[in-house]
Design a binder for this molecule. Sequence first.
Ligand code: MG
Length: 333
Amino acid sequence: MAGESSSASSPVTVEELTLTVKWSGKEYTVRVCGDDTIGELKRRICEVTNVLPKRQKLLYPKIGSKLADDTVFLSQLPLKSSLKMTMIGTVEDDIIVDQVDSPEIIDDFELGQEEPVDIKDKEVNQEKLRRRIDRYKIELRNPCREGKKLLVLDIDYTLFDHRSKAENPLELMRPYLHEFLSAVYAEYDIIIWSATSMKWVELKMGQLGVLDNPNYKITALLDHLAMITVQSDSRGIFDCKPLGLIWAHFPEFYNSKNTIMFDDLRRNFVMNPQNGLTIKPFRNAHSNRGTDQELVKLTQYLLAISDLDDLSILDHKNWQSYDEEHPKRRRHA
Ligand SMILES: [Mg+2]
């Protein structure tokens, strides 16, 4: 348990660093902490420059190759606030390429039974969440609705097969997407949260007709800048989507009891394991388009549980058998 001892010895309050980053003839200031990784530093730089993290190459005197490893903690580097870092990178205008050349993460992992509790309760991760809450602004596209529950949706492989090629993006849309969103909108506000850039989220959702559908409204879109990086003893460092960020912004509407999130990657729920439902990934759209029924079945589930006071008591792993176990709650015959 090497990770355990190192996290126990690191101070809870971490030093804030203000770094100057030179890019394209201008200087930018970013605020980071010692317990942030290089990956998080790149996200902060992305906020001010719009250069996506994977397009950034960072240069700093005498550090060299360590800056290429996104999992290295800033506290492990001899950074001084008097020195300037240089960033080399280009803003992408052709954001369609965004998805194609990014490394694909195929293997999701099951974290140990006790471990998700450890990760979400670790003070260092709670502190990261608090900092993200302070810095990330959620722009409402439509008002939150009184008395509605909240559904948070991933995009890639959840609503859309972003890896297959197609002339028209509609060919890659998960079947029944609009029917699903229209039906669940009766009981749930809908937020879409993707681990990519906001430009891409807006483009993709726009192309699929999700942003201007007359039958439902999207409350908000969130992107990769809203994610936090956490450390797991068994799985190392990875990014996740902490729902606490949404709950902190809209406490009068959303909380841990009325929120459910769909994602094909289980680790994205690590800060709120009771609120996540791991959806079967929608891949190979051209061969699976005719048979994929996930969104039809999930519509039934969401509507069946929508009158419960507390969704977090459910084990969403067993969602497929919910109707058989709770026939009285069945609404749609
Ligand atoms: Mg996904």
